[in-house]
Design a protein around this ligand. Structure first.
Ligand code: DC
Length: 242
């Protein structure tokens, strides 16, 4: 029997969708970016979207104590535009591409609070789903496999020891081997953020039930990437497509 477009399940009408979720510093974004590059897919770093909203709220001078009560329509005038451009998803504010601003300490300290605001999650849900509509996407975050793309073809849940995650974050930010003191301090901050991400009411960080686990504490970056690429190639439905 010929398969008509209307009989094809929605998940088969698009290209592959891969999600990587996990706590801060587990290596999601760098791994997702490299997996996407190797497959010729687009990479969505969803944490950057939450960071962009935090940055915009701060720049606009919206009082922090009012953030929790914002309505989605109040986020429209913040001047943010999300564009899928070649391999990347770029975020602009008032026409200017946002890059290092998203990683500044002011944003990092407040982003978990912003990520707990229902209006923010609602506003970003549509943005993220439209970026995934055609598939061929590797998306990383906290709720990619549970809420945003529950029908993803492969869901990976990354974990890594707390100290190792702190060490990686410091190397990423300062490009040098950190001291034990630095690691301890960063580990405390990461733990607080994990706690906020895991206990918020709206879309908390949670392992998707159908995820493949990947502990990256003691494996190399290349091994992480190869593990995921192997799992993707094992998926029958994707054979011949990648
Ligand atoms: O991965 P990151 O550190 O850039 O994430 C920034 C914050 O955004 C972090 O506190 C968790 C939150 N976040 C989220 O709640 N849901 C996502 N899908 C991605 C990030």
């Amino acid at each position: 029997m010929a398969i008509k477009a209307s009989n094809v399940p929605a998940a088969l009408t698009r290209g592959p969708l891969i999600t990587l979720d996990g706590p801060a510093g587990s290596g999601k974004s760098s791994t997702a970016q490299e997996v996407a590059r190797r497959l010729g897919f687009r990479h969505l770093d969803s944490g950057a979207l939450y960071r962009a909203l935090t940055f915009a709220l701060l720049e606009e001078g919206v009082a922090e104590h009012t953030w929790g009560a914002l309505e989605p329509f109040e986020l429209d005038p913040l001047g943010l535009r999300v564009e899928a451009e070649d391999a990347a998803v770029n975020i602009y504010r008032n026409g200017v591409l946002l890059t290092s601003e998203l990683r500044g300490p002011g944003v990092t300290e407040r982003v978990a609070m912003v990520a707990g605001v229902p209006a923010v999650r609602e506003w970003l849900l549509e943005v993220q789903r439209s970026l995934g509509a055609e598939g061929n996407l590797v998306a990383d975050g906290r709720d990619m496999g549970t809420v945003v793309f529950p029908k993803a073809d492969l869901k990976v849940f990354l974990i890594a020891g707390l100290e190792e995650r702190a060490r990686r974050r410091l190397i990423q930010d300062f490009a040098r081997e950190p001291t034990m003191e630095d690691i301890k301090e960063m580990a405390e901050r990461i733990e607080q953020r994990d706690q906020a991400d895991q206990t918020r009411d709206h879309s908390p960080l949670k392992r998707p039930e159908d995820a493949v686990d990947l502990d990256t504490t003691a494996i190399t970056f290349d091994d992480q990437v190869s593990f995921i690429l192997r799992r993707i190639k094992d998926l029958t439905r994707l054979q011949g497509e990648i």
